[in-house]
Design a protein around this ligand. Structure first.
Ligand SMILES: [Zn+2]
Length: 414
């Protein structure tokens, strides 16, 4: 079913009852708010977990529609041919959908994951199955939507994320995970891209939301370069497909370690010498760079220092209102240096890109692997430089090197 305010049918007499929210499945007592409504002369409880979609409370019913399933004969076109490894993964994914089981696609960054799903999506829609392609990240949702719309020409695809709702049929949807709150037992195929990205692992309730939105015999397809043990369990050990090679066939760049106490310089309002040397080398080679920082404060301090010397430089973080504009400037080649927090660790591709991580000892391996994955994504620029600046070695740094080396040897470090 699909919940929607203003729809004709009552799906639940009330949104909340006995500390359970019928919309999002929240049953955590602390995530409800209770107050006395003098007008009704009784207590009213509402759910805090899904409040962004409007209030689900103990007073008002939830309205909606029953799920409709309808065949649609759709097709897609690719500008390139899948290589043998991608083809095999694409077949396995389509099989999982046909046989109604889950699948984990464990693929190196830049493996061409999105295109691997097209065959399965086509099968699903041609057989009347409802499909959702979701991600925790808005950037990823936007990018995936563009690629699907480009390949499935003329097919109507719903797009939903915070503030944007363009819905045609609820049968083929691209959206953030949070948008699934309004769907119960509705989607027969749910593909989750960047499944380990914030806030999915930190919010177990969100994974419950995915499962609630899924029909009883749905296939959930998990896609990531950095899987967690829970994902392997959800997929089942026989349902893991690995891709250790990028689609262009080149090795992943191996990060270089730069020993430096960068923070010491920044605290004294001085440009870290080793950072400056790297930035000058990158400029000399006529390349661009993303510089990752573990926190906003440190990044902003460094930005002020660097802006005196480097003109084509900007910085971005999640709350930055000009975030998408600045990323576009970088894409258009108008910037040489973009300082960033982990918000750009995935979902972005820039040409001729190198990467520097400041205080790499403060990042975990999942983050570092994603960051390294920004480099060398395009066939015309298949490699690049990655520098991890760090005061000391950590298990996160060691694991990153181990995983990347294993990928290059054609293995996965699962
Ligand atoms: Zn709720």
């Amino acid at each position: 079913m699909i919940l929607k305010q203003g729809a004709p049918d009552i799906m639940f007499e009330a949104g909340v009852k006995d500390n359970y929210c019928f919309r999002c499945g929240n049953k955590n007592k602390e995530l409800f708010y209770k107050y006395y409504a003098s007008y009704y002369q009784k207590d009213v409880t509402y759910c805090l977990f899904c409040i962004n979609l409007g209030r689900s409370d103990s007073l008002n019913p939830l309205y909606g529609y029953q799920t409709i399933r309808q065949q649609e004969h759709i097709n897609y076109r690719l500008d390139f041919e899948l290589n043998d490894i991608q083809k095999e993964a694409s077949d396995r994914l389509a099989d999982a959908i046909k046989n109604k089981h889950n699948l984990l696609l464990y693929a190196v960054t830049g493996a061409g994951k999105t295109e691997i799903t097209f065959q399965g999506i086509k099968y699903a829609r041609n057989n009347g199955l409802n499909v959702a392609f979701v991600s925790p990240r808005i950037d990823v949702v936007k990018e995936v939507y563009l690629r699907l719309a480009d390949a499935f020409k003329g097919v109507r695809i719903d797009l939903m994320y915070s503030g944007v709702k363009s819905v045609f049929s609820n049968m083929f949807t691209v959206c953030t995970v949070h948008q699934l709150f309004n769907y119960i037992n509705h989607y027969d195929v749910i593909i989750i891209d960047e499944v380990d990205a914030f806030p999915l692992p930190e919010e177990p309730l969100l994974m419950e939301t995915v499962k609630r939105a899924a029909a009883d015999d749905a296939s959930i397809i998990l896609m990531t370069a950095t899987p967690t043990p829970e994902m392997k369990i959800l997929a089942g050990k026989d349902n893991i497909v690995t891709i250790a090679r990028r689609y262009h066939g080149h090795d992943l760049a191996i990060p270089k370690i730069v020993w430096d106490n960068t923070e010491k310089y920044i605290k004294k309002n001085k440009i870290p010498l080793k950072l400056k040397a790297l930035l000058d080398d990158i400029a000399e080679a006529d390349r661009k760079v993303l510089v990752f920082f573990p926190d906003i404060k440190m990044m902003q301090k460094t930005a002020v220092l660097l802006q005196e010397k480097y003109r084509r430089l900007e910085s971005v973080y999640s709350g930055d209102t000009k975030r998408y504009e600045k990323v576009q400037l970088m894409r258009d080649g108008e910037l040489d240096i973009l300082l960033t927090t982990t918000i750009l660790e995935r979902g972005v591709t820039f040409l001729y890109l190198d990467v520097i991580v400041v205080d790499a000892h403060r990042f975990d391996s999942a983050s570092l692997i994603q960051i390294c994955g920004r480099v060398g994504r395009k066939p015309k620029d298949p490699t690049g430089n990655i520098w991890l600046m760090t005061t000391f070695n950590t298990s996160g740094i060691k694991k990153t090197l181990k995983v990347i080396r294993a990928f290059n040897e054609g293995r996965t470090a699962l």
